[in-house]
Structure formats: C-alpha cells, structure tokens
Design a protein around this ligand. Structure first.
Ligand code: SF4
Length: 349
C-alpha cells in the first residue's frame, strides 16, 4: 500500500513533490505574495538567515502550518538564487538537510523509507555500488568514508546501520545543492532586493563580529574537552580534530588562530596541522561545518554537558547563546510560538 503523507509530514520534507503540489493547490501565487510583501516572503528570508548563522534549532517549527513552512522553503530558495553566492547556497542546503534529518530521526519507519527512497537511497540498504558510493561521499569529511577504509566486496561498499542517517542527510544536501541556483527572473530578484541586501549585509556583519570577538570562554563543553585533550598531548581521534577545527572556523577564527590552538599539543606538527585546517576551512572548495550534538554523541564527544546544552541541538547554537549571555545580552530563549498563518500558494520553486 502506498505511504500516505499528511500535511505535517510535507512541512517536514518540503522538497518532496507532494509538498509542492500542496502549495500549488492552495491558490496563491509567488508574484502576488512578493507584490503584497506578504510576511511569508519574510519568513523565507528568516530561513536563509538561520541557515547562514547555522541556527539549527527545529523544535519550534509549527508543522500544522504546512503551506507556510513549504512556501518559506520556496522563498528561501528564490532568495538564495537571487543572491547566487556559493557559500550562502551551501549553507542553505546544509540547513535544509539538517532540518529534514532532524525529523527523519523520529519518523515513522514506513514514511522514513519513503522519503529516503525519494532522495535516492534504498531503504535499509547495506551495500552501495562503488561508483554510486564515490559520487555520494566526497563531502563527508570523516576518514571512515574514504574508499580505502571501506569494506568492499564484488564492487559493493558495505554500509553499517549507524551510518545510514548520515548518508541520507548528505544525499538530501547534495540533491538540493544540484537544484540551486534556480532560474529566477531579474524582475523578481529586483522586487526582493531589500531582503537580499539585508541578508547580504547581515552576513557580512556576522563575519566581522565573529572575527572580532572570538570568546573561548563561551565554547561548549565538548569543544573545551577536545582542546584540553590536545593540550594534554592526548592522541585525539580524527572526528574530534575535525569537529573542533570546523567549529573554530565557523565561529570566525582564521587558519592561524586555529593552528594556534593546536600549537598547545606537545607533538604539534605545523605542516600537517596547516594542511588539515586549510582543508576543513574550505580551501578545497567545500566549507565544513561541525557536527550537531546528536552526531557528537555518536562520536563519544558529547561530554561535560551543562545547563546550556539542554536548550540546544548544535554546538554552534551553544556558543551563540552563551556568548550573548556573557556579553550581558538576553539569551535567545527558543520560542514555541510562531507567526500567525493565513493562506498561500504557488508552484514549486
Ligand atoms: S550537548 Fe552539544 S554542545 Fe553540549 S557538550 Fe554535547 S555536543 Fe557539545
């Protein structure tokens, strides 16, 4: 029997065709929403801003507002296409993949199988042909994904059960990345220019802020623990080195500042460290992000949790909240309420 997805399911996975059909049937048009400066367009911009800031907090999403969720996804893609900047597009795809992965983790098994098969991974798969595997894994950083470290038999690469979710997330990210940028007319981009300019300047400000004010005291306990291990000369696993490096890069530390942390190690090797840090920081074209808390747990790196950890699902969110608190600003307490819905529509950007 075919799997039936309800509206809430479609709000979780707005990239599905069914989601696009839902908003098409609801009778709104992209043009009229833009012309009316409808708040759903602004919600699309907020989605991009969250993606840019790695604000991976999904608990407050109101799935019952399915059309609004799906349309904000559509507008986020339109806005990012007007901006047409590689880094920003990459961040939106990562955000959407994290978001879908967050919901898939607690999804009904039949629905999860359906979504994963739509994105091109066979449910419960245990082996992938080498050619397919090679295409899937270049953006996966961990050394365990390197072909040389895989169990290969008769042209098939073995996949462990606990690797399945990470593969699905990567498949969603690369699928969305392949679709962007969309071909959006100049007229539409021009109507959206106040939003795209706001996103662009917000991004620049964020970079400047982060560069100016790295605050090691606000690092999450997991990252502090890795730094302590480095300082003590412990031979840390690749996953720990990757997580810490990507974390420091994303909060705005430059390569020299990051390498500076590793110089605390008694067996510090400058060339090897520079190479690894530059690679993770995006010299090869891909900018890596640190893993979410759920992945940190599976790596055995989620340690010394404190009260801030209860509010967040990503080490970057921890840093953001704690840094604000340390500066004396009010901490952004996640809300469970969202904007008021209405009605919307249109096709499937
Ligand atoms: S909950 Fe997240 S931020 Fe806190 S220690 Fe664990 S991985 Fe780090």
């Amino acid at each position: 029997m075919p799997v039936e997805l309800d509206k809430k399911d479609l709000a979780k996975y707005p990239f599905l065709k069914e989601a696009q059909h839902l908003v098409s049937a609801s009778g709104y048009s992209i043009d009229s929403l833009i012309n009316k400066k409808h708040f759903i367009v602004k919600k699309g911009a907020e989605r991009v801003e969250k993606a840019i800031k790695f604000d991976y907090f999904f608990d407050d999403i109101r799935l019952e507002m399915a059309e609004w969720e799906i349309l904000s996804y559509a507008f986020a893609r339109i806005l990012i296409s007007c901006l047409n900047e590689r880094n920003l597009t990459d961040r939106l795809c990562r955000y959407e993949a994290e978001r879908a992965s967050y919901f898939l983790q607690t999804e009904d098994p039949e629905k999860k199988d359906y979504v994963t098969s739509i994105v091109g991974i066979n449910p419960g798969i245990e082996e992938i042909p080498v050619v397919e595997y090679v295409g899937l894994c270049p953006a996966l950083h961990d050394s365990k994904w390197r072909l040389i470290n895989r169990d290969i038999n008769s042209g098939l690469v073995r996949i462990e059960k606990n690797e399945y979710d990470e593969l699905i997330k990567e498949k969603i990210r690369s699928m969305l990345d392949d679709q962007l940028p969309l071909r959006v007319g100049e007229g539409i981009c021009s109507l959206l220019s106040s939003l795209t300019e706001g996103i662009s300047s917000g991004y620049q400000e964020m970079l400047m802020e982060q560069f100016g004010e790295v605050d090691e005291g606000s690092f999450p306990p997991c990252m502090k623990a890795i730094i302590n291990a480095v300082t003590d000369g412990t031979n840390i696993p690749h996953t720990a080195r990757f997580s810490l490096t990507a974390f420091m890069h994303i909060i705005g530390m430059d390569v020299h500042q990051i390498v500076g942390i590793y110089t605390r190690a008694p067996d510090f090797d400058v060339e090897k460290t520079m190479y690894q840090v530059e690679h993770i920081s995006g010299r090869g074209g891909t900018e890596y992000t640190p893993p979410a808390c759920a992945t940190m747990k599976t790596y055995g790196l989620c340690v010394n949790r404190d009260s801030y950890c209860k509010k967040i699902s990503h080490p970057l969110s921890y840093y953001k909240i704690k840094k604000k608190m340390m500066k004396g600003d009010e901490a952004p307490v996640p809300s469970t309420k969202k904007d008021i819905p209405d009605k919307v529509d249109e096709k499937n950007p």
